[in-house]
Design a protein around this ligand. Structure first.
Ligand code: ME8
Length: 643
């Protein structure tokens, strides 16, 4: 069985968790869930980083012992991660005793490899980053890369011979494909190492909140050496050799780009020194920005993860975070974008697909999921192919760490299903009593929905569970999320649908936020590219719009509105829709009855003069500004799709 070991950074406990922490942990959780679905033996580690100057100072500011601050704030992370239903296998704390044992073992090995010596450190240190900086990395008293204030430090320190590992590191970057990703980050790290590495100060004497240096208790271990070793403790290094062997080397240290140097330079060098293989993959993701600046505890511009969860469903937030920015790039945070993605993608695409399907099964098939069809039409074969393509693309994208592409691939299948419904028009099949074909079509739609739910389960787990509970009802097995169930047509059918889930409610846009993010501060990944003219849309956007033929059953003037007519339109559905159209200047009501015209059927309803218009009539305008309607002949039935 393949294994997959994924870690997040362990978070400092100097404050409460924010969206940035939630982001990394949700992405890691999506990876863990995805590989579990593929049958891998997965270990997912997260936790809190509790030693060091930064935590000690926070505790002093609050007038409490550091351990108390750690206990309080670590608990906040743990509670948040429980609230987010994260599926980590261990939540590690660096103040736990098994971790101290691992750290001391690492230090012993570094010493016995003659990689440690005592000297004096003189240089700059930024407590916020717990990082040493060279003169060249500082401007006006702050570290250029992070903006954190630096302090001058002069003290005795044990050093790790990092400089001796330059060649080994460069060789490692070249030989192990994907050891540091994305590629652009690998290049940064490589040039940093090529520029020459100083030995690393790995103890401090001016404070005491840390693991004591063996035989020299004046010194405490530099917090990063302590913290990085958590990745070994988490899977039982020294305690459970079988487990350690199974999961090490780690497949995925997922980190923010702020801490890449620690992971891609210091960590592999330490591992090389102590005789442990370096990790297989370190991936640096981008930052969530607020008005163009990194969101962080120290800047105070952070968005609380708990507040967001009070406002939005967990799956909506997960979907947004995973879909909004390509993994590895920065993105501006705006709640208007959450609302937009929820309304136009989750609610209109996936939610609408499930709701309308449950409605059709109820109205046309007594609420039963039909049995697999005996014959297959080309449109059905296309659908099954699209489902297989989506599965392949989700797998490829996840393996290549393109989470946003994987999410989009699953949603494309959902859009394909909505189109399949428009093409196959189950309501027409029902009206014409073509029962066998109707059942085949309904079966295929349910089967497609099952595939979308399985493909989406790593991203929107609660939704997928609710959908599978409904469409598989009592047939749902513990194995229902496994990718091995993704074979077209394996659901036996012939059972009653459970109560349909309420999936995604439409949300109102936030009132206090500028709807259009400022382009000057918008990262490239979220900007419209100007490679294509503004008026071109891609095929996916086109397929988002549903056009259908509607027959006018009745037309009457709208009181108080000269230009409007209220139309009752048969769109081939169980009930006619009401449509308000601005054509009263060009057509008399009785000219319209019986005409078969083109409508957009999936626009959000709009209220006009107190009447809810549930679709949009398409009409041309002639040279004099009159509306002109193009109608279809008798053979084209209401509900037929146009496109
Ligand atoms: O660095 N956007 O802990 P930390 C995206 N304890 N992700 C963000 C973010 C943002 N604006 N802000 C923070 C530490 N993160 C060390 C790690 S690991 C051995 C020790 C995420 O509490 C991102 O993953 O400062 C970043 O790397 C991490 O939180 C930093 O968390």
């Amino acid at each position: 069985m393949s294994t997959f070991y994924v870690t997040t950074p362990i978070y400092y406990v100097n404050g409460a968790p924010h969206l940035g922490h939630a982001y990394t942990t949700i992405v890691a959780d999506a990876m863990a869930r995805h590989y579990r679905q593929r049958g891998d033996d997965v270990f997912f580690l997260t936790g809190t980083d509790e030693h060091g100057l930064k935590v000690q100072r926070s505790a002093e500011e609050q007038g409490i012992p550091p351990q108390e601050l750690c206990d309080q704030n670590s608990q906040k992370f743990r509670e948040l991660f429980d609230r987010m239903n994260l599926t980590h296998d261990r939540f590690i704390r660096t103040t736990e005793s098994d971790h101290e044992d691992v750290v001391l073992e690492i230090v012993e090995r570094m010493k016995s490899n003659d990689d440690v010596y005592l000297d004096t450190y003189e240089g700059w240190y930024a407590p916020s980053d717990e990082a040493y900086y060279d003169e060249s990395e500082i401007e006006d008293g702050v570290a250029i890369s992070s903006g954190s204030e630096v302090e001058w430090v002069e003290e005795d320190s044990y050093f790790f011979r990092l400089g001796d590992y330059e060649d080994d590191l460069l060789e490692w970057y070249d030989e192990i494909e994907g050891c540091v990703a994305p590629e652009s980050r690998l290049n940064e790290v490589r040039s940093f190492v090529e520029g020459g590495l100083n030995d690393l100060s790995i103890t401090r004497t001016s404070f005491d909140w840390g693991i004591e240096w063996p035989d020299d208790p004046e010194h405490v271990l530099y917090v990063w050496v302590d913290a990085l070793a958590n990745y070994l403790t988490g899977i039982g290094f020294g305690e459970d050799p079988e487990k350690f062997e199974r999961f090490w080397p780690c497949d995925m240290h997922l980190v923010g780009k702020d801490i890449l140097r620690f992971h891609a330079v210091y960590w592999p060098a330490i591992l090389m020194s102590v005789g442990i293989e370096p990790p297989r993959g370190i991936f640096a993701h981008g930052w969530w920005l607020v008005e163009g600046e990194k969101m962080s505890k120290s800047k105070g511009n952070w968005v609380s993860a708990d507040d967001l969860l009070d406002e939005y469903e967990l799956d909506v937030l997960r979907y947004f975070l995973l879909r909004e920015i390509p993994l590895g790039q920065d993105g501006n945070f705006a709640t208007s974008r959450i609302v937009e993605r929820n309304n136009s993608e989750l609610a209109d695409n996936f939610g609408n697909l499930v709701n309308r399907t449950c409605g059709m099964l109820d109205s046309f098939n007594d609420g039963e999921v039909p049995s697999p069809p005996s014959s297959v039409e080309p449109v059905d074969a296309d659908l099954a192919d699209a489902a297989r393509r989506a599965r392949k693309e989700v797998v490829r994208a996840m393996d290549e760490r393109e989470t946003h592409v994987a999410v989009e691939a699953a949603m494309t299948l959902s859009r394909h299903l909505n189109n399949y419904i428009q093409q196959t028009t189950p309501w027409v099949l029902n009206r014409e009593d073509r029962h066998q074909r109707l059942e085949a079509v309904l079966y295929n739609i349910v089967e497609g929905i099952r595939w979308v739910a399985v493909l989406m389960a790593a991203f929107t787990p609660d939704t997928s569970r609710a959908v599978l509970d409904a469409i598989l009802a009592d047939e749902r097995s513990d194995n229902a999320l496994a990718f091995e169930t993704l074979e077209w047509g394996i659901v036996e059918g012939g059972f009653e649908l459970a109560a349909p889930p309420v999936l995604f409610e439409k949300l109102d846009p936030p009132e206090d936020e500028d709807e259009t993010p400022d382009e000057d501060t918008m990262p490239e990944s979220q900007e419209e590219t100007d490679e294509e003219p503004d008026n071109l849309i891609d095929f996916d956007h086109f397929t988002d719009v549903e056009f259908a033929v509607g027959e006018i059953l009745a037309a009457e003037p709208v009181e108080g509105a000269d230009k409007l007519l209220e139309l009752t339109v048969d769109l081939g559905e169980p009930d006619p829709r009401t449509v308000v159209a601005g054509i009263a200047n060009s057509y008399e009501p009785d000219e319209l009855e019986g005409l078969r015209l083109t409508f957009v059927t999936n626009l959000e309803p709009a209220s006009l003069f107190g009447i809810e218009s549930q679709a949009m009539l398409l009409a041309a305008t002639d040279e004099d500004g009159n509306h002109v309607l193009a109608s279809y002949p008798e053979g084209v039935k209401p509900g037929a799709s146009v496109g």
